[in-house]
Design a protein around this ligand. Sequence first.
Ligand code: 9Z3
Length: 323
Amino acid sequence: MSSEVVEDEISSFFESSPPLKNMDGIIKKLNRFIKLNSSSRGENHQSDWREEDRVCVTSGGTTVPLEQRCVRYIDNFSSGNRGAASTENFVKAGYAVIFLYRRGTCQPYCRSLPDDPFLECFEFRDKRNIQVHASHLEAVKLAVMDHQAAVADGRLLKLPFSTIYEYLQMLRLIATALKDVGSCSMFYLAAAVSDFYVPWESMTEHKIESGSGPLDIRLAQVPKMLSILRSNWAPNAFCISFKLETDSKILIEKATKALQKYKVHAVVASELSTRKEEVVVVSSSGNVVVRRDCDKPDESIVEYNLIRLIVDRHSTYIKESHS
Ligand code: 9Z3
């Protein structure tokens, strides 16, 4: 498909999308966050941006509404665990993180809390006071401290989405806002983005009637935004995309194709059932298998070594683009 056709498809996707609620508020938050993490380098410097690293981490799955006044939608498996764990490690590495996440999925610093934290973490001391249960005290303390420090230092901005429409419009806003940051910015696209959707104009407004027998719905292909992100939205940003397959035999071949097609700097390839154990980072400098190591506390999640590798590659990229 020619690049003009792709661009036309992308334009018509955005033109027909329902407008983002609170777009102005999101833009304000974004600009404030990006400014906070930059400072003027003085008159003798060409750029306004201090060389501080910023990353947009996308996380969780996008929904595909079936009705405009949505009652039903198509969803996918993504828990947001990878995005949340990666965000924590990027903050540790000194990055300011824009965490674009699916509402209701895993949050940074909450991974070690029980799934139902309010019910399990707290207990009544007396009728007026509740306290954290001793068994969860350390985990809650760490989570609250780390989260507050990241937010207070201006290192974490959380922006939620639900639908494919919201996700892609917000990604475009973030890319546009980060454009001037150039090579110091990174896109780490771990969200599981729907490949198919119901175009807004062909979607029924009201709840689909259930009494009229089997339902036929035609799903259109979601235009691949990666190409326009790389070519127009943020051409100088370091870009990491993700590939997920359930058949390990085709995983590396698919990831390699994506690397070449979208000209991203690396593709992180995961197989569904082993995604928490290992990933393969596919790039032009070869393929690297990254595993977790349960014997070392830090390395017990695959994201620890993964982010170290990605941060290292990003530093090299920044140096090369400034030389
Ligand atoms: C991923 O591959 C992520 O690593 C996971 C993380 C979604 C597997 P969890 O959220 O899982 O921790 O449960 N994300 C991208 C998956 C994807 O849909 N990629 C598209 C594809 O494979 C390309 S954009 O075609």
